[in-house]
Write a protein that binds this ligand. Structure first.
Ligand code: G6P
Ligand code: ZN
Length: 583
């Protein structure tokens, strides 16, 4: 057995290691600076309680982006030196973020061991490659991201660090080969267990969904399917699940070979970046020759986000979670005994609220950030949740889950077509969405992003809106001057959340203007941008009149957009006459 020694390396604090909403994300060249990754990893070990390090089992893997392989070898050596008993690595260092969550919660090692946490190496939907982004975050034993108490501690440690520990004499481990390698250190044995990236996750999915009914749907000539992994880690799971388990054609997979630079693309599943899929689904400017498939979906780099499309039809993420919640009990075996509750982030449309009210379900509105759902789920209060930012998931794990969302949709389509698959007319994605609108009303929805705005200007705009919101009569006077055809603002506030589980309070989570007819305007600053500030404006209009639910979204929302831009003095504050991105 190879022996190693522990070396203490002198180090000093490096600025800017404060983890954001989803860990530390920086350019690769920042991570490659001497001691940079080491300092962050040691600061994390020092922030954890002793039993989560000494003798513990740690998962280390990620979306396979550039620099992951080097980072994994460094973290293995530091884990060994810090007294970790074993490190679990997905083959080739690949594990999607939801798969890491599943592995922490479900996997049992050959010797009966269970993991107590994980370093996930990803910058999610940010581009990858030598000049792009790398990222690292720590997840806890419930499979969810470290809470703020822990990330604050990690950050504090990075500002005072003096040394880190690293194993000397421990060779690089070949992470392309499945198997366990043993080493011997001063504190005893240390193992690196390289395992199949997909099998634990596939097993979990098979315990949640009725794979047979999805197989039948996929085999049916009325149905056609297409999945785009945007060269992210979802590709590793798509092949196993959609092709090998469910019988889809290989040709239905687009960009499903994981690449270190995501093929040079931006691995974010939306109408702007998932260009190839959008074209194939008949939604692009240049319509292809072929008839588009009935169903299409895409994932981001680490496979926690999803976009769902029908033939020439876009499903908004806000509608997607509402539709999944409305159909889960009938269509998905995991939910057959009912939903414990549902939740959405504040800026996500109120489509889910209407479902919750109709089905008499517990409902929660939480600030932006998946961690808020985790607390509700740990307390058994929430089964299905989602965000406008292309995140959907359930309490099977503690991260959002891109492939789960696709399987949920396939289950719903299979259920709605139970009687049809022999030869009747397929109930399509578009039919399902339109039927949902007819039952619950439609929430027209759009988001305007103003990226890389001067940080001072963005703060001033938000401060202006906070102040304005305190006088409803002033607000209504301005609104009516802009458009007399929109309804009155009934309520406005700065969103604040008291976590019903731990009682913690999150303030300043965005400004809301709530209209009498159920429409909403929401303004908030992004917590994930890397340059300047990003202002997000969310515009939503509720329409219950079934004769008016079939309009083009941008047409229906035009009056409210007008109000939002003028009310906020967007151009005056930011100097921008148009948003950077509209979704
Ligand atoms: C990440 C988090 C999501 C969150 C999103 C918001 O993706 O995992 O839970 O919705 O960031 O980002 P924003 O830029 O709007 O703060
Ligand atoms: Zn992601």
């Amino acid at each position: 057995m190879v022996m190693f020694k522990v070396t203490r390396v002198e180090s000093a604090p490096i600025d800017g290691q404060k983890p954001g909403t989803s860990g530390l994300r920086k350019k690769v060249k920042v991570f490659k600076q001497p001691h940079y990754l080491h300092n962050f990893v040691q600061s994390t070990f020092n922030a954890l309680s002793a039993e989560k390090v000494k003798g513990a089992t740690l998962v280390v893997s990620g979306d396979g982006r550039y620099y992951s392989k080097d980072a994994i070898q460094i973290i293995i050596k530091m884990a060994a030196a810090n007294g970790v008993r074993r490190v679990w690595v997905g083959q080739n260092g690949l594990l999607s973020t939801p798969a890491v969550s599943a592995v922490i919660r479900e996997r049992v090692g050959a010797d009966g061991s269970k993991a107590s946490g994980s370093f996930i190496l990803t910058a999610s939907h940010n581009p990858g490659g030598p000049t792009e982004d790398f990222g690292i975050k720590y997840n806890m034993e419930n499979g969810g991201p470290a809470p703020e108490g822990v990330t604050d501690k990690i950050y504090e440690n990075t500002t005072t660090i003096k040394e880190y520990l690293i194993a000397e004499g421990l060779p690089d481990v070949d992470i392309s080969v499945i198997g366990i390698t043993n080493f011997e250190g001063p504190e005893g044995q240390f193992d690196v267990d390289v395992f199949d990236s997909a099998s634990d996750y596939v097993k979990l999915m098979k315990s949640i969904f009725d794979f047979q009914s999805i197989q039948k749907l996929i085999a049916s000539p009325q149905f056609s399917f297409c999945y785009d992994a945007l060269h992210g880690v979802a590709g590793a799971y798509a092949k196993r699940i959609f092709v090998e388990e469910l019988g889809a054609q290989e040709s239905s997979l687009l960009n499903c070979v994981p690449k270190e630079d995501f093929g040079g693309g931006h691995p974010d599943p939306n109408l702007t970046y998932a260009k190839e899929l959008v074209a194939r689904m008949g939604l692009g400017k240049s319509q292809g020759e072929q008839e588009p498939p009935e169903f299409g979906a895409a994932a981001d780099g680490d496979a926690d986000r999803n976009m769902v499309l029908g033939k020439r039809f876009f499903v908004t993420p806000s509608d997607s979670v509402a539709i999944i919640a409305a159909n889960a009990v009938q269509s998905i075996p995991y939910f057959s005994s009912g939903l414990k509750g549902v939740a959405r982030s504040m800026p996500t449309s109120a489509a889910l609220d209407v479902v919750a009210k109709n089905l008499n379900l517990k409902f929660f509105e939480v600030p932006t950030g998946w961690k808020f759902f985790g607390n509700l789920m740990d307390a058994g209060m929430c089964s299905v949740c989602g965000e406008e930012s292309f995140g959907t998931g359930s309490d099977h794990i503690r991260e959002k889950d891109g492939i789960w969302a696709v399987l949920a949709w396939l289950s719903i389509i299979a259920f709605k077509n139970k009687e049809n698959l022999g030869g009747g007319k397929l109930v399509t994605v578009e039919d399902i969405v339109r039927q949902h609108w007819a039952t619950y009303g439609r929430h027209y929805y759009t988001r305007y992003d103003y990226e890389n705005v001067d940080a001072g200007a963005a703060k001033e705009l938000m401060a202006y809106l906070v102040k304005l919101q305190s006088s409803l009569s002033d607000v209504n006077k301005i609104v009516k001057e802009i458009r007399s055809d929109v309804s009155n603002v009934a309520n406005a506030d700065e969103f604040e959340y008291k976590d019903p589980v731990d009682g913690s309070i999150s303030k300043h989570q965005g400004v809301r203007y709530l209209f009498e007819d159920g429409s909403r305007l929401v303004f908030r600053l992004s917590g994930t941008g890397s340059e300047g500030a990003t202002i997000r404006l969310y515009i939503e209009q509720y329409e219950q009149d079934s004769s008016k639910i079939g309009r083009e979204s941008q047409d229906a929302l035009a009056p409210l957009v007008d109000v939002a831009l003028k009310l906020s003095k967007m151009q005056e504050f930011t100097g921008r006459s148009a948003p950077t991105v509209i979704t």
